[in-house]
Design a protein around this ligand. Sequence first.
Ligand code: PLP
Length: 356
Amino acid sequence: MRPLIATIRLDNLRHNYQVARAAHGDRTLAVLKANAYGHGAVRCAQALADIADGFAVACLEEALELRAAGIAHPILLLEGVFEAEELKAVDEHQLWLAVTSEEQLRMIEQSAPQKPFNVWLMLDSGMHREGFLPEAYHAAWRRLEASGKAGTITKMTHFARADEPELPMTAAQLERFDAVVRGLPPGDESVANSAGILCHPRAQRNWGRVGIALYGVTPLPAGFEDAADLRPVMRFCSRVFGVRELAAGEPIGYGDNFVTDRPTRVGLVACGYADGYPRRASSGSPVLIDGQRSRLIGRVSMDMLTVDLTDLPETGIGSEVELWGDVVSVNEVAAHAGTIGYEPLCNVKRAHFDYR
Ligand SMILES: *Cc1c(COP(=O)(O)O)cnc(C)c1O
């Protein structure tokens, strides 16, 4: 068997959910979109079933996968529906849905649900990706109410820069949100993603929406790392399956990415970009080999990558390589690839998933 294994520690997932829920201080949706950020949505939902207030996914397909697995919790469609036809399944499966645009609002008005929808009406408080602008929000609310198609309407917004806690933008978004929803009938509010939950106390509202922190990965910059006791859920590991000694001045792998600067013992590892390891990760990206830190050297191939074993004489064929997990954080690897931890997590594939 190819030795690439994503070990998923479900006890850590439960722990992180409880940390986030306690930090938020009220009900919190566990965000399971993109196959639970690569961790396996059904298994994660099942592991959280007795403690989670509900789940959130990106789209109907993801919600139906959870329903088919017997998950009866509230499930919010964070992007709502893409076409009116989907509203039948939303109704049938009692899903909650975001309404983020005029088009979606019209679909709701023209629908004929058995039971009024549970709608989360998105305010664009400054991110400018989706949602109703402040001047249009009240009208959208009134139309939903008048349609009789919405039972509960939760007021919702999303932060653009909550992961940069020193910036004033999140406070400004919150201020705009509060100013707009004032004057509407009381009801539930939901504004905070992981970063909002972890470092913006004023974002504590009726419903948190925790994504990345659930998986034990901080969305915050270095320095804020210890703010919450998050435990990595995924440990993504492979093994060394080839070793060679190269003289100084020899290239490794495709292109001219890396040339040895000393006599070098190179380990060949069964993991590549087809498995989700970022191809753009530069030489020097951290890896852990039999418990000791070393580095990626040379360009990442489709099925393999190469690491530096020179200073680890006791390592060799069969040595375990932690690509990310408990010592090497996925954020560190991502930083060496010009991305954020979310992306390599979502991309993990072809690995054997070992649920613990
Ligand atoms: C993905 C998403 C979240 C979760 O974000 P994290 O940064 O992963 O916590 C929350 N709200 C919305 C609307 C989202 O799309």
